[in-house]
Design a protein around this ligand. Structure first.
Ligand code: NAP
Ligand code: ZN
Ligand code: ZN
Length: 358
């Protein structure tokens, strides 16, 4: 098929194998899709691994709004460069690379110029579910190949294995960026709410940055893991004593729960000037009591992934500090079971698809 819409008329689109959904309530199943023809600045990547983010489930099941089915999720992609366009300067065939949640942005707005493409004022192009350059919805990494503009491709340091590095492309940067923005480091007390994909990365990063880390989990069932990952304290939120004993303890709380929570009791755990940063993305609104904010100048904030420059910085930080994700590698036909386990908080701590099994 000639890809007339891309403006690269001498190229054809690429067929790709994938697993995806054709409806909100349909199980994921094998599909064939077309990747756009290689533009001059594009890189074609043979995908080796793709992490399973809770956002994949929210999106595909329609939690966040209408979905352009068929939908292929996946935005924690690692692989090998297989082909480069004529004007690509930063990558060569054989390079170890990654792609996260974004594949394009306007490049011109104030936020893009600052390197915060995730906050592009025109809206960035997401790896899946956005409108792509070829006029078709973008399709994610539960697939064997993808074509991406080189400006949105990351370099995976040699020290990091491609499977355990895949979750860094979303869970990694989504926790690294707010820890940096809110200044986690020596002398700061950080709490991580929810020990799942994002949560376990937050614990590792905050500890590596020198902060004192407490995990706030539904139960103590993962306490040993939390302490091994770098936390010095681990509490169950099902125990009312947790909220009494930790009042006023934290400079920063990262909430990674994907469901709406009662925010008030968590705000009371912040010190004066402390911030509760919501990373979880439930569809339902959450109500916020204002007095805990007013009385100690506390903040309730949000944060979305990070820019391309900061994502590369995070990957290099991981190589320097020996940080990767704790993963369970699955074959493509295990994806529906993996999703059910994520939904029931039964993940330790990220499922990663071996894309050679597609
Ligand atoms: P995950 O692996 O499922 O982890 C979430 C954890 O939250 C669970 O392991 C569980 O930990 C806890 N939890 C889940 N349901 C809960 C409930 N009903 N009540 C209390 N605790 C609950 O998910 P994830 O991939 O880390 O993603 C978490 C959320 O962040 C999702 O909403 C996702 O869409 C969003 N997200 C945001 C960004 C961003 O940039 N802001 C990036 C990626 C993902 P415990 O068992 O320890 O309690
Ligand atoms: Zn994600
Ligand atoms: Zn922009």
């Amino acid at each position: 098929m000639v890809a007339a819409m891309t403006g690269t008329t001498d190229q054809t689109t690429f067929p790709a194998r994938a697993v995806g959904a054709t409806a909100a309530d349909a199980p994921l199943a094998p599909l064939e899709i077309q990747r756009r023809a290689l533009g001059p600045k594009d890189v074609r990547i043979e995908i080796r691994f793709c992490g399973v983010c809770h956002s994949d489930i929210h999106f595909t099941r329609g939690d966040w709004g209408p979905v352009p089915y068929p939908a292929i999720p996946g935005h924690e992609i690692t692989g090998i460069v297989a082909e480069v366009g004529a004007e690509v300067t930063r990558f060569a065939v054989g390079d170890r690379v990654g792609v996260g949640c974004m594949v394009d942005s306007c490049r011109e707005c104030d936020n893009c110029r600052e390197g915060d493409e995730q906050y592009c004022l025109s809206g960035n192009t997401q790896t899946y579910g956005s409108m792509g350059r070829d006029g078709a919805p973008t399709q994610g990494g539960y697939s064997d190949r993808i074509v991406v503009d080189e400006d949105f491709v990351l370099r995976i340091p040699e020290a990091l294995e491609l499977d355990a590095a895949a979750p860094l492309l979303c869970a990694g940067i989504a926790t690294y960026a707010p820890l940096r923005h809110w200044g986690a480091g020596p002398g700061s007390q950080v709490a991580v709410v929810g020990l799942g994909g994002l949560g376990h990365m937050a614990v590792k990063f905050a500890a590596a940055m020198g902060a004192q880390v407490t995990v706030l989990s539904q139960s103590l069932s993962k306490q040993e893991d939390g302490l091994r990952l770098g936390a010095s304290d681990y509490r169950a939120t099902s125990d009312a004593a947790t909220f009494e004993e930790l009042t006023g303890r934290f400079n920063l709380i990262l909430n990674t729960i994907g469901a709406a929570i009662d925010v008030g009791p968590y705000l009371m755990l912040l010190k004066t000037n402390g911030a509760l940063v919501n990373l979880g993305a439930p569809a339902e609104p959450m109500s916020v009591p204002v007095f805990p904010l007013l009385l100690q100048r506390r903040s309730f904030a949000g944060s979305a992934i990070g820019g391309i420059r900061e994502t590369q910085e995070m990957l290099d930080f991981c190589a320097e500090h020996g940080i990767v994700s704790e993963i369970e590698v699955i074959s493509a036909d295990g994806i529906n079971e993996a999703w059910e386990r994520v939904v029931s908080s039964d993940v330790r701590y990220r499922f990663v698809i071996d894309n050679s099994t597609l």
